[in-house]
Structures are given as structure tokens and as C-alpha cells.
Design a protein around this ligand. Structure first.
Ligand code: MRU
Length: 341
């Protein structure tokens, strides 16, 4: 079953509540813009491509809720678009469904047109992840150990995954892989989600804390690091906090560093220094579940993402193929691909 999908009987977005995993596998229904924005901000639905789909479905909810009131529709759409700032895919999903709604030529048809576009987007997401899987699989050999960070798997997409899609592609090509999953503090997407979905698929997976990555990379056991991305500019890859440190360690230990992301994650308009990085609530560091982790008075810094300069990246897998340095030339190719869509 897809990570998120439209429930036409109940008129809402039916999604896996990822805050409950791995203890409970439960789905929840978002039938208002409020509930969808809450689900996005609480990370019930998360991961750049899944946010793209959520953004598109958000336009459907906004059209249903606004009932022909254009001002209200615009305000609701804006709430979805700005629910989280770093993954460019969220705004891309909103834009795509919004254009379809506008083309529909009247409020009565807007929801229907946005929904048709959202469904197309979801089907495309699965198809492009599978394409990335087969391109990226060529970078991996039978017997390789791959390290990954955060969760860039089926749970972060409509289905199949980007970074974990590359691992799935290699497995489907008959290659046996071992995976090392970094825990990904503070919200532990690596521990809670990546190990969960890889074990479900029968991968050999080992969990480590983020601080163990250096030792493991130095051991020479890891053939490649493969991660996803939330936004790729001309100069950097934005991904879950900790990715930059991992890329530095990979460079020092001469382990190739690969990013897997669809073209909708590229943002050739902005430079890294202009990208808004989400800072999350201090409570995520002050508490470990229901247990206190630090004194209330302490100052907390909790950015959700970091920027990895392209000079630390060896390859980027897209649905069109694998990109490598020189990055100026590679980004010009991406620009052409984006225009053709
Ligand atoms: O805060 P999250 O869980 O939404 O962050 C997710 C990530 O950083 C993923 O690595 C990224 O979105 C790529 S998902 C295919």
C-alpha cells in the first residue's frame, strides 16, 4: 500500500502515521487543510517526494474546503505550501496541482482537476523512483555494504524510495547488499523507519548511532554512502542534519558519496546560502520520549537539515541517469531536462 493516497470515499488523504513506527503501523485520514498541515509539521508524513504528493493533495483539500471562495482558497493553499520550508518538493507539488485547478476554469471543477493531477504526480513518483533504482543499481556490486542516513525509502516517497530505491534496484538485479543505517538524531528516522522498511524487504541491515559512522567508514567495510535529498542547488545538497558530517567522513576515508533524488528536488534558482533551513522545536532535544534528556534552561540549536557542498559528492542519481562532476556541466544538463518536462 502507498505511503499516502487519496481516499475518495471519505474525501481525504489517507497516510501512514510515521510518528508511530516501528511500534505501530497505523494509517490516519487528513480531511482538512488543518489536519494535513499538522501531519506535515509533526512528520506523520515526511520525506521530500512524499511531501510533494502531500502538497498536491493539500490543494484538493483547499478547493473542497474553500467552496468557491477564491480568497479562502489562496490562504489555505499558502498554508500547505509553507508548512515546512526546506524540501522544495512540497511547494512543487502545490504548484503543480494549483495550475491544474486554475486550468479547470471554475471553482466547481478545481478540486476534481487538482485531484487528477495529484494522482498523476503520485504515479510518476513511483515510476521515477524505479527508474532511479535501475540507474543507481549500476553503482553497486554484489556483496557491497552501503551506509545510509535518515529515511529516503518508500516511507519518504509515494512508494519504493530514492536512496533505498537504489538499494531495492540492486537487490532486484540479483545483488546481495548489506546496509548500515545511521540512527539520525534527534527524530531517529534511520532507526525507526529505514531499519523497519529494509527488514520488511529482507535486507541485511545494521543500526548504528550517528557518532559511530566515522569508525565504521574507517574500517573499510563500507563500499558507498547513499542518501536522499530535500533540495539540490547549483552548489549543494540539502538533506537531513548529519549528512554533511557523513560526507566529510566519507571523503576522508575515500568512500564514494552518492545522492539519489528526482528532478523535482533540484532548485537551480537558489544558492545554498539562500535556502531556508527549518529549525525545529527545542523539545526534540530536551526529551527522549517521556524522559528528560537535558535541563530546561539549556540553549538548544536544532536545525533539521544541512548543506553538503557538491565537491563532497561523487554522484547524483536521478530518474534520467547518473550525474557526476564537473557539477557546472551536470547542472546545465539538469536545467535542460527540467525544461523538457
Ligand atoms: O525531516 P524529514 O524526515 O522529512 O527529512 C527527510 C530527509 O531528509 C530525507 O533524506 C529526504 O527527504 C530524502 S527522502 C527521499
Amino acid at each position: 500500500m502507498r505511503t499516502l493516497q487519496w481516499d475518495s470515499r471519505r474525501n481525504g488523504v489517507d497516510l501512514v502515521d510515521q510518528t508511530l513506527l516501528p511500534s505501530e503501523s497505523k494509517r490516519t485520514l487528513c480531511s482538512t487543510v488543518d489536519s494535513l498541515v499538522e501531519a506535515i509539521q509533526m512528520l506523520r508524513v515526511r520525506g521530500a517526494p512524499a511531501l510533494e504528493a502531500a502538497g498536491a493533495y493539500g490543494v484538493v483539500l483547499a478547493a473542497l474546503e474553500a467552496q468557491g471562495d477564491g480568497g479562502r482558497f489562496d490562504a489555505l493553499v499558502e498554508r500547505v505550501r509553507t508548512a515546512r520550508p526546506t524540501a522544495v518538493n512540497l511547494a512543487r507539488g502545490v504548484e503543480r496541482a494549483l495550475e491544474a485547478a486554475r486550468r479547470a476554469g471554475g471553482p466547481g471543477k478545481a478540486a476534481e482537476a487538482a485531484l487528477a493531477e495529484a494522482e498523476r504526480l503520485c504515479d510518476e513518483d513511483v515510476a521515477r523512483n524505479r527508474a532511479m533504482g535501475s540507474h543507481g543499481a549500476r553503482l553497486l556490486k554484489d556483496g557491497d555494504t552501503v551506509m545510509t542516513h535518515c529515511n529516503a525509502g518508500r516511507l519518504a516517497t509515494v512508494d519504493y524510495g530514492t536512496a533505498l530505491g537504489v538499494l531495492r534496484g540492486a537487490k532486484e538485479a540479483g545483488k546481495h547488499l548489506k546496509v548500515v543505517a545511521c540512527e539520525t538524531r534527534p527524530l531517529n528516522q534511520g532507526a525507526r523507519l529505514t531499519t523497519y522498511e529494509l527488514l520488511e524487504d529482507g535486507f541485511d541491515v545494521t543500526l548504528i548511532t550517528d557518532s559511530m559512522a566515522g569508525v565504521v567508514l574507517r574500517s573499510g567495510r563500507v563500499a558507498r554512502v547513499v542518501v536522499g535529498a530535500d533540495r539540490i542547488t547549483r552548489d549543494a545538497v540539502f538533506n537531513k542534519i548529519g549528512t554533511y558530517g557523513l560526507a566529510c567522513l566519507a571523503k576522508v576515508h575515500k568512500v564514494p558519496f552518492t545522492v539519489a533524488a528526482p528532478l523535482t528536488t533540484f532548485d537551480l534558482e537558489l544558492r545554498a546560502r539562500d535556502v531556508p533551513v527549518e529549525e525545529r522545536n527545542r523539545s526534540e532535544l530536551l526529551w527522549l520520549g517521556s524522559k528528560k534528556n537535558a535541563p530546561d534552561e539549556v540553549r538548544v540549536f536544532n536545525p533539521a537539515f544541512d548543506a553538503t557542498p557538491l565537491k563532497l559528492v561523487n554522484s547524483i542519481v536521478t530518474e534520467k541517469g547518473v550525474l557526476q562532476a564537473p557539477w557546472g556541466k551536470a547542472m546545465a544538463r539538469v536545467g535542460k531536462w527540467l525544461k523538457q518536462r
